[in-house]
Design a binder for this molecule. Structure first.
Ligand SMILES: [Mg+2]
Length: 175
């Protein structure tokens, strides 16, 4: 597989965050999660965590898995979502570039290989995690509608996914 393909390819692809088996990840040495917000935890236009999302955070807490929300969105959006959950966050992260994932790891006092990245976008979340050597889990976006830049990223994403399928790179179960 080429370098570019490796960079864009998630380690796992699931329907939603609730399908991720954290008991298994914890057993394999994962102690931290870096998660995207918009269209990963809730739809991009939903202001607050749903009861299911609150439950998901509680479960991670029980397993002693630390969490940082890393979002490219602005402070107001990210802070108002994360504060009631009492979870750390980084806003305007400029994924996939920038140092936000490195900062999140340092703040959680974890190594990249102890941390998984969860997100709905290949061009930001998956590339951002892969370039730091983290395990990356891509989820199907919660809402189908997107902003302009995201629409463009989705176009590239679809082409890459189709290419991976043709070449037989995709090992995960398709939903
Ligand atoms: Mg997103």
């Amino acid at each position: 597989m080429g370098i570019l393909s490796k960079l864009c390819m998630p380690n796992a692809y699931v329907q939603n965050i609730h399908q991720i088996n954290f008991d298994e990840l914890a057993q394999s040495g994962i102690r931290g999660v870096i998660t995207d917000l918009d269209n990963t935890l809730v739809g991009w236009d939903e202001a607050d965590p749903t009861p299911a999302v609150i439950h998901w955070f509680n479960k991670l807490n029980e397993l002693n898995i630390k969490v940082t929300v890393v979002s490219n969105n602005h402070q107001k959006r990210v802070a108002s979502f994360c504060t009631p959950l009492n979870v750390d966050y980084i806003f305007e992260a400029r994924k996939p570039m920038g140092k936000s994932f490195k900062r999140a790891c340092e703040h959680m006092d974890l190594k990249p290989e102890e941390t998984v990245v969860i997100g709905d976008q290949m061009m930001t979340d998956v590339i951002g995690g892969n370039r730091r050597g983290m395990y990356t889990i891509m989820v199907v976006p919660v809402k189908k509608t997107d902003g302009f830049i995201t629409k463009f990223n989705r176009l590239i994403e679809r082409r890459l996914l189709n290419r991976y399928k043709r070449k037989g790179y995709i090992k995960w179960e398709e939903n």
